[in-house]
Design a protein. Structure first.
Length: 162
């Protein structure tokens, strides 16, 4: 019988396990698109001159995208059938979103415009409830997703090229 504690056996075992470790580490920490907002247009930055411009200002189109870690998604509670027994109240979700936008409480103005309780489509065959919260922060629009475990997700902006 061979001695399994030898360095030679350990080396062979590690060589055999490397592909499996690579696959597991690739899955760990992988982000997936959780929610995409509607396309938004805003004027591009332009220089102001005393001369009248002939053309209208160029518009930039972008989309807000919210990504979630695959492991976090797997750990969330399943969606409630009727939205009545959610794991997190709307009031708590608003407080978490406001704290994420203004952690030090120094903004002059922070107003909640809209709160929606939504159900994620079948992402990874895992329907989950979440809150979409829209706020005005010193006149600037802020959007946050609050998951039922209390995690707050900020959006990333992606420019839409014509």
């Amino acid at each position: 019988m061979k001695d399994l504690s030898t360095p030679r056996f350990a080396c062979r075992l590690s060589i055999l396990l490397m592909p499996f470790i690579g696959v597991l580490s690739a899955l760990r920490g992988e982000e997936i698109l959780f929610h995409a907002g509607p396309p938004v247009e805003t004027p591009a930055a332009t220089q102001y001159t005393p001369f009248q411009e002939r053309d209208s200002p160029k518009l930039i189109k972008f989309q807000r995208e919210f990504f979630i870690d695959r492991e976090v998604l797997a750990s969330l509670p399943m969606a409630s059938a009727d939205h009545e027994n959610t794991a997190l109240s709307a009031i708590k979700a608003i407080q978490l979103a406001e704290k994420d936008v203004d952690p030090d409480g120094v903004l002059r103005s922070l107003k909640v415009k809209e709160v929606k309780l939504l159900k994620a489509s079948m992402i990874e065959n895992r329907p989950v409830d979440y809150y979409m919260i829209s706020m005005l922060s010193n006149g600037s629009e802020e959007h946050r997703i609050v998951l039922m475990n209390g995690d707050v997700i900020s959006s990333r902006l992606r420019e839409i090229k014509d």
